[in-house]
Design a protein. Structure first.
Ligand SMILES: O=C(O)[C@H](O)[C@@H](O)[C@H](O)[C@H](O)CO
Ligand SMILES: [Zn+2]
Length: 300
């Protein structure tokens, strides 16, 4: 099975920080952002066309919205995105007392609640004022809850198939954590580590959970995505990519068996850039023999 795993570069468009891939089932397209490039991209595997829009601010993520369009993070603001007119309008702002912060990764829980975290602006990749970030949730009526602060780089998030566990990554902690999660209230408790990054695995960044409840974690600076069994903390698999700054991943394709992986080019020096001409591109991994789950849309 391992030998049939294939990695191909599918979106050549080079991002500064490609991030936040989301499969849009209705469109059969891949939505992703270029955080530092301040763009939202939508790519169709069937036509190989890419549509893009500028956000005018660092865009941490973009996710589908039930009422149409997307919600995205622009700086410290959560904005509504009207894709047809390529415009944004502000819904709310977080971290008002920290003007140098920005939102980073975000994802929608199974009930339609949006979870998103913040971080200080980076001087260069992974170099920033520590413990400035927090994790927030936003419900359909746009009320905001701060769950905790003291976060370095708020990153990957997803839920277990039974919806009882919330997985979360603060990159500089070099671990993947879990919380007991109450989908009715959004409360999270009992934080614990499910996986500590091993030597050579770099920083944990974006992640996705497959149908069997396994975690697929993009390893920033290590050019790979690893698969973790959260029950045992065992690494089950490691998939190498031809770029070092692998940033996030999601399953997609007609039956959710393709793993899409984004990457970054920002911060590479000249020789690294020469050695990784595909840095910033988006990749598809096939033949993994596992499937992902449909993305959730924001209920607000
Ligand atoms: O994509 C993100 O989550 C951050 O915005 C990036 O800046 C990097 O991933 C980070 O530097 C390493 O964790
Ligand atoms: Zn990230």
């Amino acid at each position: 099975m391992m030998s049939s795993v294939k990695v191909e570069c599918v979106v050549k468009e080079s991002c500064l920080i490609g991030e936040g891939p989301v499969w849009e089932e209705s469109e059969q397209t891949l939505l992703f952002v270029d955080i530092a490039g301040q763009k939202i991209h939508r790519w169709s595997p069937t036509t190989n066309h890419i549509q893009s829009m500028e956000t005018g601010a660092m865009v941490g993520f973009a996710v589908p919205r039930r009422s149409g369009g997307y919600v995205a993070a622009a700086g410290r603001s959560i904005v509504a995105v009207d894709w047809s007119s390529r415009t944004t309008s502000r819904l709310l702002e977080v971290d008002q007392e920290k003007p140098k912060n920005r939102l980073n990764d975000g994802k929608v829980d199974p009930t339609g609640r949006l979870l998103a975290g913040t971080m200080a602006l980076e001087e260069r990749p992974a170099v920033l004022e520590r413990k400035q970030g927090a994790l927030y949730s936003v419900t359909s009526d746009l009320s905001v809850t701060k769950h905790f602060d003291q976060v370095d780089i708020s990153n990957g998030l997803d839920w277990s198939p039974d919806e009882k566990v919330f997985f979360y990554i603060d990159s500089l902690a070099l671990s993947v954590d879990a919380f007991d999660y109450d989908t009715h209230t959004g409360d999270m408790s009992n934080r614990r580590v499910v996986y500590r990054m091993a030597e050579g695995e770099g920083l944990p960044d974006g992640m996705t959970v497959d149908v069997d409840g396994r975690l697929w974690v993009a390893c920033y600076s290590a050019g790979r995505v690893i698969c973790i069994d959260p029950e045992t903390g065992v690494r089950l698999q490691s998939v190498s990519l031809p770029v070092m700054k692998t940033t996030s991943c999601c399953f997609g394709g007609p039956d959710y068996s393709d793993l899409y992986v984004t990457s970054a080019s920002l911060g590479l020096d000249q020789s690294e850039s020469r050695q990784q001409p595909l840095a910033g591109a988006t990749f598809r991994v096939t033949g993994l023999g596992v499937k992902g789950r449909p993305s959730n849309s924001f209920a607000g």
